[in-house]
Ligand binder design. Sequence first.
Ligand code: ADP
Ligand code: MG
Length: 627
Amino acid sequence: MAKQEFKAESKRLLELMINSIYSQREVFLRELISNASDAMDKMYYRSLTDESLTFNKEDYYIKIIPNKEERTLKIIDTGIGMTKEELETNLGTIAKSGSFAFKNDTEIKDGFDIIGQFGVGFYAAFMVADKVTVISKSIDSEQAYQWESSGTDGFTITPSEKQQVGTEIILKIKENTEDDSFDQFLEEHRLQEIIKKYSDFIRYPIKMDITKKKPKDEDSDEYVDYVEEETINSMIPIWKKNKSELTEEDYINFYQEKRYGFDKPLKSMHVKVDGTIRYNAILFIPENAPFDYYSKEFEKGLELYSNGVLIMDKCADLLPDYFSFVKGLVDSEDLSLNISREMLQHNRQLKVIAKNITKKIKTQLLQLQRDDRENYVKFYEAFGRQLKFGVYNDFGANKETLQDLLMFYSSTEEKLVTLEEYVNRMPEDQKYIYYAAGESIDRIKKLPQTELVADKGYEILYFTEEVDEFAIKMLLKYKDKEFKSVSSGDLGLEEETTDSTDEKEKEENKELFKYMKDQLAGKVTDVRSSKRLKSHPVCLTADGEISLEMEKVLNTMPNNQQIKADKVLEINVNHEVFQALKDAFLNDKNKLNLYTNLLYNQALLIEGLPVNDPVEFTNDICKVMIS
Ligand code: ADP
Ligand code: MG
């Protein structure tokens, strides 16, 4: 029989297809299995209108048979089959989808699961096969036919033998090349893996004979191979089940089966949406951050399924960066896919889903925060940093979404608290939300700057992470209350207006401070009498936007631009040390220079900033000891 040629355009298209549409060869199996599933769905729909047909689910399955000796891989289905004409049009014309036509002609819309639509999936077989043979017997034909093609040079159709209605596809698997292993597509375990990955939720069993070992006979150490047929796919996706049928245990098992993490999820969410875009989602909040979470290597994303068939491993567009820790999947029947089914045609659909999911995640987190604080704190310790980055990034575009999820260590509660809890506790006369930044809770507790605010009985939030102050600068306010660093110039406290020192004394002090400031030229921008110190003699604060903590952080950045805070040396005029300064100012300028340097260096140390010249500093201390 003469070979029929693919149409001219088809030839070029086929070459293009085979070589460039799919990024991974292994998807050929997904495509052939999807077609088999479609063919069985068509039988089912036929049985709904044709009374002479009964549909027994047990009769419908897909069988995969690899044969290493012959280098063939068979995919057999018990679906509706193809007539001679259908073989010719559906497989002979590229981009002709019998399934698409079927969908348009069929009334039934509900629970409609037919996957095919582009009429190119079948040709993915040529990515791994030199020759493809299709033997099919249609429900509408007594005679079976065989379609065969070695790729671009066309195809033949000849009568064939086949008893059962359905289709058998035989791939002659390519020989290995230097760069590519095709042998893998004949390996049982590899095939199992591919089926699990892409086709786990095909609703018909995908069967395969699996070689296993058993003892030769009882009490024998010798093992022999035997073969057992297994169903590879789990068929019913957990997300299509009713929530009421499922227990927390089921979700945890699913999380572990899917290898979303080695931990257990802290919270699982099962979302079913029946809006303009229908989708199901299973989402998890992990307990621990993956080891690479805060590195560039970490890739966020959810698995994306279209009707139970995996389209994308990690669809990044489904999650905002600030929720990048969420694991799980989305399955939708309303996605318009591109031809390779690796991408979507309209990002609009994804955007709608992503927006919805983001809202759900936030609601769940708030609920966890309210009802299960212990677990929320666990979550926050793992991922709080990401939320704070989220407040700071994109110029604060998401700060409102995230502010209620934030928590900081409280000086009075001695645990993490929310901003809402802080504000609700504020005494009426307190104007600001106070915070203090430092390396650790212990270090901050001892910071002289916190004294006065703490003495007023006000709660102080301790910022121990680098990102904290940056995030708060972006937030500016919470519920109309401004944030204020305990190191800032104006603390907004009552005491500040009632200064006990009289005018004359102030004038005198001014000259002393001016002298000290000149002495510390280039190191501090001012020397002042402090309003925040009680028992400590000195501290450093910062004027302007850059705080001392921010200076530290910015100077650890790779493109460090030597950004400096405007440092102010604050002196406690009620401290005995101040008397010593005054005496020295009047009687011994050398001594005053020495004291000034000492106090400045002490203030640096308290802040956790490096002393410029440690040797000089220790020499200075010795000088004081022997004077
Ligand atoms: P699509 O699945 O997108 O329609 P394919 O290239 O995968 O495109 O398949 C083309 C057409 O060939 C299908 O629409 C279907 O009509 C027919 N077909 C493919 N495989 C089978 C099969 N196993 N049984 C019955 N018909 C099939
Ligand atoms: Mg298909």
